[in-house]
Design a protein around this ligand. Structure first.
Ligand code: P6P
Length: 343
């Protein structure tokens, strides 16, 4: 089947539903029909269910902590658990997803042993959950890998470099709910319209600006940074009109929100390793890799400071990695400082 070409008289595809975009194979991967389409549709449904809970969090008595802790040793919020169960339930229904790895669960969860269980998924069901109770944007992050054999799903099916991702994206529960996804050739944003209960195409083919003037990092950690990161941090605050410095500092504390702003406006988000935690805080499989895949598809870059994120071969489900994410030019500057140079 030929790839989708809009009718000549179709000025723009703005307003198309996410389902239409998926069903008509407009998310690329024309060879991956049926099962892949079904998986992406499940994701869209899960996003609708989670957003309906998030939007009523204050009313639906799901605020506050459950008293439990997750594999990361972080306090589990009720919404964390609900979002995790929603994704697991929806993804298991159509049998296409063999297993899922979640921030909320130590081990992968087998979801289907059907012959057509051709994919595995990794996700952070509710990123930024510490911001739930204070009504700051939170999000869901996901990545999709193909299960490359016909045997029973195993943990090693998740331990693939990010270059092998078939799709990646996120949902941001902000002033509006947006579903942003790529299958590697183009990044597209769909805004949720609660009056029709659909995600409608609002941002087709998002591109990261080549360079931006916003930097995003938790300066509260600065005493623990390496000298090179400290030098970079001082440089972005320098006063130099020619390089549009000082940059603006923005930091929400939810990766999805800081990354989405960086995707739309350009600049850089960084969560470096430090003397106490050389590997940093963010997880490779379901935070760094999905955003690295998406930013590169939008013309941006993602690095540890010394290595391309997508080239890293994972060794465990919840491993952490230092992350510098954003415009190609800004990430290149950051890498120069980490090499001990000054751009
Ligand atoms: P800090 C949220 O807990 C999270 O995992 C990411 O969403 C966010 O970027 C980071 O942690 C914030 O960490 O140490 O700045 O509070």
């Amino acid at each position: 089947m030929d790839t989708y070409e809009p009718a000549p008289n179709l000025e723009s595809r703005t307003g198309l539903t996410l389902e239409t975009y998926i069903l008509e194979g407009m998310l690329g991967r024309p060879e991956a029909r049926g099962y892949f389409t079904s998986l992406l549709s499940s994701l869209a449904l899960a996003a609708k269910l989670v957003t309906s809970r998030v939007r009523r969090a204050g009313l639906a008595n799901v605020l506050g902590y459950t008293g439990d802790e997750n594999v990361q040793g972080e306090k589990v919020q009720k919404l964390d658990r609900e979002a995790n169960e929603t994704l697991m339930r929806v993804l298991s229904r159509r049998g296409v997803c063999a297993a899922a790895a979640s921030e909320e669960e130590e081990e992968m969860r087998v979801l289907s042993t059907a012959p057509h269980a051709k994919y595995v998924m990794m996700f952070d069901p509710l990123d930024g959950s510490s911001n739930i109770d204070v009504n700051i944007s939170i999000g869901t992050i996901f990545g999709v890998l193909r299960k490359e054999h016909d045997g029973p799903v195993e943990e090693k099916d998740f331990l693939k470099p990010g270059t092998k991702l078939q799709a990646a994206g996120y949902v941001i529960y902000g002033s509006s709910t947006m579903f942003v996804i790529t299958t590697g050739d183009g990044v597209h944003g769909f805004t949720y319209d609660p009056t029709v209960g659909e995600f409608l195409l609002s941002h087709e083919n998002i591109r990261v600006p080549e360079r931006g003037t916003t930097y995003s990092i938790n300066e509260g950690n600065s005493s623990r940074w390496t000298d090179d990161v400290k030098r970079w941090n001082a440089w972005v605050k320098g006063d130099d009109k020619a390089t549009q410095r000082p940059y603006r500092q923005r930091y929400v504390g939810t990766l999805v929100a800081d990354a989405h702003r960086t995707l739309m406006r350009g600049g850089i988000f960084a969560y470096p390793g430090d003397v106490k935690a050389p590997e940093g805080k963010l997880r490779l499989l379901y935070e760094a890799n999905p955003f690295a895949f998406l930013f590169e598809a939008a013309g941006g870059a993602a690095s540890t400071g010394t290595e391309r994120i997508l080239d890293i071969v994972p060794t465990e489900l919840h491993q952490r990695v230092p992350l510098a994410l954003g415009s190609r030019g800004n990430v290149a500057d950051y890498e120069a400082f980490v090499r001990g140079e000054t751009p």
